[in-house]
Design a protein around this ligand. Structure first.
Ligand code: 3PG
Length: 209
């Protein structure tokens, strides 16, 4: 049976979205994120070694790890084999959704319009990624979509930073917020793990009532 995303998150409301070019940084990154209080992360499939990175982060033990930027059924299969507990996609793809169901993992497809959200709900999806959240109007758009479709839960992602966080998290339809600001490729390139821990701790603090 597929566990739902809320069950996997277990109250965590911040999901650092990680694009990791060098797999050698995955272990210190996992340490820095857990030091900051992160419990759940998304590793994007935008780098050649994403599977390796995902495997390392999943083996760390302190993190529930999902895979992001999953565009095809094959990528979903590879992500789950590498240890992904959930799948995130920038858009809604029926084949990716079907594959995730077969694999028994929650899938969070991206939606940006009411039509896409209606389609996701009819497919049986209850939690969607509002993407790219800030570019499509941010909290105002989320409120407008949630009003006629109150059964939807959102994971807004895209252009969000610490300043927007409390506003999103205060909306009852928001399950969690995703973002890359806590650990960027630039932080990794400079080995700035202290800053990653600091930004993660700040986000976790802002997400705690
Ligand atoms: C994603 O893949 O979910 C987004 O690119 C993350 O968005 P951000 O980089 O704007 O936080």
């Amino acid at each position: 049976m597929t566990t739902d995303l809320a069950g996997l998150l277990d109250g965590a409301r911040i999901i650092p979205v990680l694009t990791v070019p060098d797999p050698a940084t995955a272990a210190p990154l996992a340490d820095a994120l857990t030091t900051g209080g992160a419990r759940c992360v998304e590793v994007t499939f935008r780098t050649p070694d994403a599977e390796h990175v995902l495997k390392t982060m999943a083996a760390h033990g302190g993190l529930t790890v999902g895979a992001g930027t999953i565009l095809t059924p094959r990528q979903a299969e590879r992500a789950v084999t590498a240890g992904a507990r959930f799948i995130v996609s920038p858009g809604l793809d029926a084949e990716v959704v079907a594959t995730c169901r077969e694999l028994g993992v929650p899938v969070v497809p991206g939606i940006a319009t009411a039509t896409e959200l209606m389609r996701a709900l009819r497919t049986g999806i209850d939690t969607v990624k509002l993407f790219p959240a800030e570019a499509i109007g941010g909290l105002q758009t989320l409120r407008a979509l949630a009003a006629p479709l109150p059964q939807a839960r959102f994971m807004p992602t895209g252009g969000i930073g610490p300043d927007q966080l409390p506003g999103y998290l205060a909306h009852p339809a928001v399950l969690a917020v995703g973002g890359s600001w806590m650990a960027t490729p630039a932080h990794l390139e400079h080995g700035d793990y202290t800053e990653i821990s600091r930004l993660t701790a700040q986000a976790v603090e802002r997400s705690t009532p």
